[in-house]
Design a protein around this ligand. Sequence first.
Ligand SMILES: *Cc1c(COP(=O)(O)O)cnc(C)c1O
Length: 361
Amino acid sequence: MIEYENLALSNQIFFDEFSSEFNSILKNSWYILGEKVKNFERLFADYLKVKHCIGVANGLDALILALNNFNFVPGSEVIVPSNTYIATILSIIHNRLKPVLVEPRIDTYNIDYQKIEEAITKRTAAIMVVHLYGKSCEMKPIKNICEKYNLKLIEDCAQSHGALYFSQKTGTFGDAAAFSFYPTKNLGAIGDAGAVVTNDDSIANKILTLRNYGSQKKYYNQLIGYNSRLDEIQAAFLSIKLKKLEIINSHKRELADLYFKHLKTDFQLPHRNENFYDVFHIFNIRHPKRDALKEYLLKNNIKTEIHYPIPPHKQEAISQYFVNQLYPISEEIHNTTLSLPISFFHSKEDIYQVIEIINKF
Ligand SMILES: *Cc1c(COP(=O)(O)O)cnc(C)c1O
């Protein structure tokens, strides 16, 4: 059986270092917002080449706090891709803002920047981009649009730790960016964790306040805050894993290369462009008989996933925001996409085995 993911195996090389950090945190008994969090925040900011990193409880909270900090007028519109994980859109709704979906490109699966301008209205406050599957969006034209219309730019980097657009890391283009360190992400904790990054001192200061009950001084509350703090234990684990993030990413890129080289042309492969350094959080292919293909692979002991089976505008929880709106490109992607094994624990031999079987479909 070739599993889709096996976190025990993917994290195995870190076990010794995790254990010694865990024991030291147990003994020094400082569990929340201490030196380990500060250290990780510094390391991750330096890694991205961004001024500030603020650790929070998870990726959704990072998105919610990033938006909340701007104090947009309730009902303001936020432009967001129609094919993303629902978290991106929930963060807008939780802030009492209106998500305005813009279709992706059928080749990159990322927001089609040529369709953004027609979605802008007087109420548009921000653009929230998502670097889906580990590929950066086209940030130069998107930044130009933000400048032209005076819109805030927020990046959802939950799938793009270390991905580059013309040598610049995702997370450093916008006013603020949100990261998730959910265990399966390229940089994953041993539980929930997230971060907001920004180059803006006042945004950083505000997020720092918001994550801890709107308070920076004990029992003095400036803002209507949240409890969204990063644990010392998760921060310590993340600092250990961050040292190997480049190795994790290049391993995934090597496995992706095998798929690119050897998969037959019946499958629609991800778009590649030398100006983009993709980190393949997910390696997806598309095929019109996706469900049959998934079934066939499972019968041949290969597990795959679908990211994602139902597009956000059709989700029961939020479909009322998108009545009578059509997103055919997003639906096409959702109906045909299949995610192949590409984890840190997979060997090249595993991937050759997947290729051999899938090419017989
Ligand atoms: C994982 C993910 C999130 C949410 O992160 P959590 O840590 O699970 O809250 C947000 N956006 C995208 C695109 C994601 O893949």
